[in-house]
Ligand binder design. Sequence first.
Ligand code: 6PG
Length: 239
Amino acid sequence: MTVEQKLFADPAELAAVFAADFAAWVEPQKKRVITVALSGGSTPKLLFELWAKDYADKIDWSRIHFFWGDERCVPPSHRDSNYGVAKELFFDKIVVDAANVHRVLGESDPDKECSRYENEIAEHVEINGDSIPQFDMVILGMGDDGHTASIFPYQSKFLNSERICEVATHPETGQKRITLTGPVLNQAKKVAFLITGANKSDILAQVIHKTGEFANFPASYIEPENLCFYLDQGAASKL
Ligand code: 6PG
């Protein structure tokens, strides 16, 4: 396992470097189809805007199949929809085949959609020797409670689920979400953790240094073969 940290002055600089790193990562890939799981949250919004503005014709988007690491169980038009945000900021602004965009049907029944999405992933994502889908890249964030994707501390059992996806419930709002599970996140060939904000600095230090209450934070259990933390100075201020 390789772990790298990249530090940036602010989220805008983080997004700019990640976008350039992503383009450099896509280019030499031998595979025709590259599978990427997107994250929700605020930092990816900057990335989507950059992809649309500066990378529309710098990346062969026809090679990328987009999935979500987690999605809120709301319609695409809902302000909480991770797909809805990506559509508005990115997919509506570039030419990409609809067949390359594998959204979670947030408007559907969560349990039924969880099973349907598992099948969609199994159909389009390489399955490794352990019968686990292996994404080429998973982009993740971390919440200020140490959650990642939609694996929350009180539902850390999803870190060891035998399923591809699970139906999660937000601890405060009760909002249902579909999330990739720990084994799928950790099978990814590459994970990019985009983490910003001083409100996460204390938990991030525990996660990275495996100190304090790190064992309570799902983000501590993301250990793929290749992990890169993209951090702004606020999030990294206690490392
Ligand atoms: C979601 C995300 C979630 C997010 C973190 C960090 O759907 O909310 O997938 O895991 O990455 O909550 O969010 P910010 O980037 O907004 O801090």
